[in-house]
Ligand binder design. Structure first.
Ligand code: SF4
Length: 740
């Protein structure tokens, strides 16, 4: 159910639930709080349970819950309230349902901390695992990881604050529900996994700012999770369990303890003293003033897990994608052709090489640097040998189970397709030819989040963390799905941003997750717009396939060029779709785009195209007519695009800005950036003509060799190659005449 009311005036730190309506009081007797019982992720008696697949990822996150503190302190605000709001907003940006901050009472410190027994097994297993990633800076992450695995536990004696991240639960998967074979009795483990991701990232973030912080989870902790949850004002005691006024006892938490000075929330009054009419009255029922409400608290309340949170079943399905692909003649290129790899190897000149060195474009902003450690750690888990599992052969049932499990974990959209050879890179990161050995692809997309997108210009100091957050989420959830498939006896690999061997856009098209958009290689989804990142799990498991979708986007983008107009680097074409390496796309100038993203001094990376696109919607009921008209009456596209400008969609909403404009300095501290920040208004008066653009492309004949050493780019040749591109119609008629 879409939201009835916009929450554009609600700052992010207030969260999706209206916690401000709860009544608070003094600290209760914490000795009366029932103790927390740790979770175990081993299910030897239920080998097909998804909990087994989550175990390795949970252990990895537990292993990196602590680490070195940056000796150079950040120049962040001193106010405990400003800091608390910032940390809460980071938690909500990471999709926590509720965040509370309280003192760390002595009563909550465990005399006998508990530790995930799977960490030792993981540490042993990892000695033999290798990565083939080209990502810069990965060597530092791997060295750090080895240290973290073997480091002795550290004390939290000096920690005085506890930040609690609460994740609520969707309804229980039905025992006989199609697609839920692996999901029984996994709610607490799911909540633990998701909360752990957030706590471990934010603990790392605080340490990067120069204060100590350690994450505590349902599997590894120095504190009693129940006691700190009560002290932080997120739950009170009812009988033998904790309860929260909005979600009852259906939640899991992870905690960060720290010496970073933060303002505290007060504990909740007991359930019988809460003003129930204020909490769950008419405003809660219709969602006035808060993003979550009785209408949308659980997207699966009336939907099957296998169908996902959005009405994908309403989309029109077609046999072939709405953009032409000359499958037999798609040119495969090496992974080395990736623009970030090219920048790193010096193909794009010294300045770009310097900007890309050690992943500086991610390191220069603290939130993305905090996410990157975990992202690097997951590379070690994304592939591996299959177990001697039951190898289920029912393709329909397998597909339903994969989809339901992915949605249950928190993926925003899933599509399944074949994985033809032409979607694979030709050579891996070492220059070795790739022999595609999986013929099935499970494509997943992760929403980058409307609220933070609303507050950013798209190319300021949060842009890189928005991408990284979505990539990290796929690495975790896609990785769990790949592990689940391997547990069942089939081969499977999660292709993540740091180590992937398939080109994702064509797979997203084949699996019906979107259509090609003007932005270029970005596939646009009708419910999320271009505000997404993708990941793919390839496998040899038998699966039924989805079909491509047609929601009128080719027509819409032909009549709209807002992303091209707003692109700060001028990389997006204002012209027509043209043939590139066997695909018909609006081909952008990836060299310009990458140069801007890694080098802009006013921010860290860029996603301004996704921010300003008219399909980047809040998810309101009032937007339904826009989507309906855009899908059903393509001729309205020019008017809708103009209307979008007129109402100011795509402008920066300062209410949603929660991040600090800090930049890594030469002393290693995150300090207020000395550069003017990229805060931009829409350029509504600008008319962009294709004839005035100078764009370059590097098709297969201009692609680099596959090995990890330099291959300078020839921009003049790239510009000529752009000018030589032809339309799909011309391409097809030349082919028919035997001319290409
Ligand atoms: Fe298409 Fe307009 Fe969105 Fe660009 S801004 S992707 S042209 S709809």
């Amino acid at each position: 159910m879409p939201q009835l009311f916009s929450t554009r005036n609600r700052p992010l730190h207030m969260g999706p639930f209206p916690l401000e309506r709860l009544m608070r009081g003094p600290v209760p007797d914490l000795d009366a709080v029932p103790p927390f019982h740790p979770l175990n992720f081993r299910r030897p008696d239920m080998p097909t349970s998804i909990v087994n697949a989550m175990g390795e990822y949970q252990a990895m996150m537990d292993a990196i819950r602590h680490g070195q503190v940056n000796p150079a302190r950040a120049g962040c605000p001193e106010s405990p309230l400003a800091r608390a709001n910032h940390i809460k907003a980071f938690g909500y940006f990471s999709d926590a349902s509720m965040v509370g901050i309280g003192p760390l009472p002595n009563a909550a410190r465990l005399e006998q901390p508990y530790r995930n027994p799977d960490i030792d097994r993981l540490s042993h297993d990892l000695k033999t695992r290798q990565t083939k990633t080209l990502a810069s800076g990965i060597d530092m992450i791997m060295a750090d990881l080895k240290d973290a695995m073997n480091a002795p536990s550290t004390t939290i004696d000096a920690h005085t604050h506890a930040i609690v991240f609460l994740y609520d639960m969707p309804r229980d998967p039905g025992v006989d529900e199609i697609g839920c074979d692996w999901l029984q009795d996994a709610q607490h483990h799911r909540a633990c996994l998701r909360a752990t991701e957030t706590a471990v990232v934010i603990a790392n973030y605080i340490r990067l700012l120069g204060w100590d912080a350690k994450a505590h989870t349902a599997t590894t902790s120095d504190v009693d999770l129940n006691k700190v949850t009560v002290a932080a004002g997120l739950a009170s005691v009812r009988g033998s369990e904790l309860t929260n006024p909005y979600v009852g006892a259906r939640f899991g938490v992870a905690v960060v303890t720290t010496d970073f000075d933060l303002a505290h929330d007060r504990p909740l009054l007991p359930p019988d003293q809460q003003p129930i009419l204020q909490i769950k009255g008419p405003r809660w029922w219709v969602g006035a003033g808060s993003r979550r409400s009785a209408l949308n608290r659980d997207p699966y309340e009336k939907r099957a897990f296998r169908d996902g949170p959005h009405p994908f079943e309403t989309l029109s399905r077609v046999d072939t994608p709405t953009t032409y692909i000359d499958e037999p003649n798609v040119a495969r290129v090496p992974k080395r052709a990736d623009m970030f790899a090219r920048a790193q190897f010096g193909d794009m000149g010294k300045a770009n090489q310097e900007a890309a060195k050690g992943g500086h474009y991610a390191r220069k902003a603290a939130p993305s640097m905090a996410q990157r450690r975990m992202l690097g750690a997951f590379v070690l888990l994304q592939d591996g040998a299959s177990d001697a599992g039951p190898r289920p052969t029912d393709a329909v049932r397998n597909a339903a189970n994969i989809k339901a499990a992915s949605y249950f974990l928190g993926v925003d959209a899933v599509g399944i397709s074949r994985c033809p050879d032409w979607t694979w890179y030709s050579h891996d990161a070492t220059g070795t030819p790739i022999e595609p050995d999986h013929d099935q692809a499970i494509s997943m997309i992760i929403d980058q989040g409307f609220e933070t997108t609303d507050g950013t210009s798209g190319d300021d100091w949060i842009a890189v963390a928005q991408s990284m957050r979505a990539y990290l989420r796929f690495s975790l959830l896609g990785g769990v799905i790949a592990r689940q498939i391997r547990n069942l006896g089939y081969k499977a690999k999660a292709h993540t941003v740091l180590d992937g061997e398939v080109l994702q856009p064509p797979l997203l098209l084949l699996s019906g997750l979107g259509e090609v958009s003007r932005i270029g290689e970005v596939i646009l989804n009708p419910f999320l717009g271009p505000r997404l990142k993708s990941g793919v799990v390839t496998t040899d498991m038998p699966l039924t396939h989805d079909k491509p979708i047609d929601f009128g986007l080719q027509n819409f983008c032909s009549s709209c060029n807002k992303c091209a107009r707003e692109c700060p680097s001028g990389a997006i074409t204002a012209g027509p779709k043209l043939m590139f390496n066997g695909y018909e796309i609006w081909k952008s100038d990836s060299q310009k785009c990458t140069t801007y993203r890694i080098g802009t001094p006013g921010g860290a990376m860029c996603g301004r195209c996704m921010k300003t696109c008219p399909w980047n919607l809040e998810g309101l009921f009032a937007e339904v007519p826009f989507r309906w008209a855009a899908m059903n009456f393509p001729k309205t596209a020019p008017a809708l695009a103009k209307l979008d400008d007129l109402v100011g969609n795509g402008e920066v909403n300062p209410v949603k800005k929660w991040w600090w404009d800090l930049e890594l300095d030469t002393a290693g501290a995150y300090q207020p950036t000395p550069n003017p920040v990229n805060t931009r208004a829409l350029q509504k008066d600008l008319t962009l003509n294709f004839a005035d653009q100078t764009l370059a492309v590097y098709p297969a004949p201009l692609a680099p060799h596959p090995w990890p050493y330099p291959f300078p780019m020839d921009r003049e040749a790239g510009i000529e190659a752009y000018q030589a591109m032809i339309t799909a119609e011309e391409y097809q008629s030349r082919r028919a005449r035997g001319e290409t």
